[in-house]
Design a protein around this ligand. Structure first.
Ligand code: KIV
Length: 259
């Protein structure tokens, strides 16, 4: 049976850790779903890892719908969550409702994720949840604010940590079914995880979170630059280059195809 947002909450209660990864198309979605991922996030990191942008900012709602639908077609078991791209929800709860509604209707995904937790965003989450749209929050390092915050660890001073803590509390109170904590100190993530009833999904936030998420291209070694907190489980990029290089050589030397 497919993973549901309710199931994630139950897993938090049982201490069962949640394994989330990203995917950006049908091919990768099939693979990570078959690998047993609980949650597949169509993160806007696809702007960098699949489309060659330098940041997540250029992505449009049409891009996310296009990629989200492809991912959903490849998934049988995991919960699919699609990122709301930059400026598709920040204007007003009404704009967020239109954008999130398009994602659910046109991709078949079960939920959306949005960044930020300041009071306006909690209001937006509440609006989406009232309309029946499950929302995953995302605080700490929020890449859509890269020009303000960079890719540095967030929440490193007591004041900044307290702000992130309050943002996570506000998102959970507004009805978010889970909150991503990105690149924040371990102690802060542990404090948030203990304080909210819904699961925290960490990325560079330590082992106390209820689950973890990594960008699949980073964990497989398909990207040149990996964030300091990511773990590379494979060097698929190098292996793909070697395999395709061997094919190229064999074509040129007329070893392939065989007679
Ligand atoms: O866009 C993304 O892939 C994300 C994860 C890194 C959490 O938001």
């Amino acid at each position: 049976m497919a993973v549901s947002v309710r199931q994630l909450g139950q897993w938090k209660g049982q201490g069962r850790a949640i394994a989330a990864v990203t995917a950006w198309d049908w091919l990768w979605a099939r693979l990570v779903d078959r690998a047993g991922a609980d949650v597949i996030l169509v993160g806007d990191s696809l702007g960098m890892v699949a489309l060659g942008h330098r940041t997540t900012l250029p992505l449009t709602l049409d891009d996310m719908v296009h990629h989200g639908a492809a991912v959903v077609r490849g998934v049988e078991n995991a919960l699919v969550v699609v990122d709301l791209p930059f400026l598709s929800y920040q204007e007003s709860p009404a704009q967020a409702l239109r954008s999130a509604g398009r994602i659910l209707k046109e991709t078949g995904a079960a939920a959306v994720k949005l960044e930020g937790g300041y009071p306006e965003m909690a209001e937006t989450v509440a609006r989406l949840v009232r309309a029946g749209i499950p929302v995953m929050g995302h605080v700490g390092l929020t890449p859509q604010a890269v020009h303000q915050v960079g890719y540095r660890q967030q929440g490193t001073t007591p004041e900044a940590g307290e702000k992130i803590y309050q943002e996570a509390i506000a998102l959970a109170a507004a009805g978010a079914f889970a909150v991503v904590l990105e690149h924040v100190p371990t102690e802060l993530a542990a404090r948030v995880t203990g304080a909210i009833a819904v699961p925290t999904i960490g990325i560079g936030a330590g082992a106390a979170c209820d689950g973890q998420v990594l960008v699949t291209a980073d964990l497989l070694g398909l990207t040149d630059q990996v964030p300091p907190f990511a773990k590379r489980y494979e060097s698929l990029g190098d292996r793909a280059i070697a395999a395709v290089g061997q094919y190229v050589e064999e074509v040129r030397s007329r070893q392939f195809p065989s007679p």
